[in-house]
Write a protein that binds this ligand. Structure first.
Ligand SMILES: *Cc1c(COP(=O)(O)O)cnc(C)c1O
Length: 364
């Protein structure tokens, strides 16, 4: 292993950066995996060698997040967006109500899709604050009879993150953790369902992790497609049909890489440091700004604006020349966004901060 291949500083929001070591291993094993004379994507998902890959990936994820035994871990296709429909189809039965917290773009998408399958109650919203903050827990209008409460712990586009798990009593808490899973330690036992598309902080696009407390299985609506039925998928080890085998293999390599880094606790320390130094650089300058309530600034996605949008094009062009890629903000927010997931090293964050200081010096 080892390579001198050029690797840029990649701040993509998703599909996002992967650890170079993971890509090197995938490259080295591509043609001749485990000395079998074929690639991992060229064998049956029922082959014991592949089933071992799937089992190990699940076990490594269980180890990384200390997932309790009464939770099932399944791997599905269709991205987090499919989960916006699967959650109500699996948890509302043939009717029923659910509570949703609205903190931005992804919350809203979940709310709109959820409303197609059941009665959805928006318990609070920070829309009036342009989604720059999280409504105080005391203002949430929760329904004690709700089948679940859905929220988005990290709003990938807005750059808004919950720092604590909201207390919703005995109602199962459902979380779209697509852009925050594995970035910091997590008490899985506080949740009913956790789901996450892989292409932000786990692996490549095409696979989604779902972690479900086992008492929530078996409640699906009659109309729920078999392939979307959590119980059926769990009972068949996520292999009701052909799973995205290569995508799961890559997830497995990332889980091993995370273990080698010291696990989620070690990543948490690094991620905290990365985010704090980037926000500090933004706050200590008059040229850059971040609109988010400092209490809820995301560790993973850092949106920022320049003094004037007139500088945007030049900033992006110069950044690209310096090897800093994919900094353009989402069109809904504008400005810039640096996504600094696990695979984005502290060196990359340092390079960005230096570049920003230099750009400011030249243009302020
Ligand atoms: C990216 C993202 C999604 C959408 O994921 P897809 O895999 O494209 O469906 C949903 N929720 C959050 C929080 C995300 O970051």
């Amino acid at each position: 292993m080892g390579t001198d291949t050029y690797r840029a500083h990649n701040f993509s929001a998703g599909p996002a950066a992967l650890p170079t070591e993971v890509l090197e291993q995938a490259r080295d094993e591509m043609l001749n995996w485990q000395d079998r004379g074929l690639s991992v994507m060229e064998i049956s998902h029922r082959n014991p060698a592949y089933m071992a890959v799937a089992k190990e990936a699940e076990q490594d994820l269980r180890d990384l997040l200390s997932i309790p035994d009464n939770y099932r871990v399944i791997f599905m296709s269709g991205g987090a967006t499919s989960q916006f429909a699967m959650v109500p189809l699996n948890l509302l039965g043939n009717g029923g109500r659910a509570d949703y917290v609205d903190t931005g773009h992804w919350s809203l998408k979940a709310i709109r899709e959820g409303g197609r399958f059941g009665e959805v109650n928006v318990v609070c919203s920070s829309e009036e604050q342009s989604y720059t903050t999280i409504p105080d827990r005391s203002e949430w209008k929760l329904d004690p009879e709700a089948a679940y409460v859905h929220y988005t712990p990290n709003e990938t586009i807005g750059g808004l993150e919950f720092m604590d798990i909201p207390d919703v009593g005995d109602v199962p808490l459902v979380a779209d953790m697509s852009s925050t899973i594995l970035s910091r330690s997590l008490d899985v036992s506080k949740y009913g369902v956790i789901y996450a598309g892989a292409q932000k902080n786990i692996g490549q696009a095409g696979i989604t992790v779902v972690i479900i407390r086992d008492d929530l299985l078996g409640k699906a609506a009659d109309a729920c497609p078999t392939l979307w039925n959590y119980q059926q998928v769990a009972d068949n080890d996520s292999m009701l049909n052909t799973p995205p085998t290569f995508a799961l293999y890559i997830c497995g390599l990332v889980f091993k890489w995370l273990k080698r880094q010291g696990g989620v606790e070690a990543m948490e320390k690094i991620n905290k440091r990365k985010a704090e130094k980037l926000y500090k650089a933004i706050d200590s300058s008059d040229f850059y700004s971040n609109p988010i309530d400092p209490r809820y600034r995301s560790w993973m996605n850092v949106p920022f604006r320049l003094k004037s949008d007139d500088f945007n094009a030049e900033f992006l062009q110069e950044a690209e020349k310096a090897g800093l890629l994919n900094l353009k903000g989402h069109r809904a927010v504008g400005g810039m966004r640096a996504s600094i997931y696990n695979a984005v090293s502290e060196d990359s964050v340092d390079a960005l901060i230096s570049f920003m200081a230099e750009f400011e010096r030249k243009h302020d």
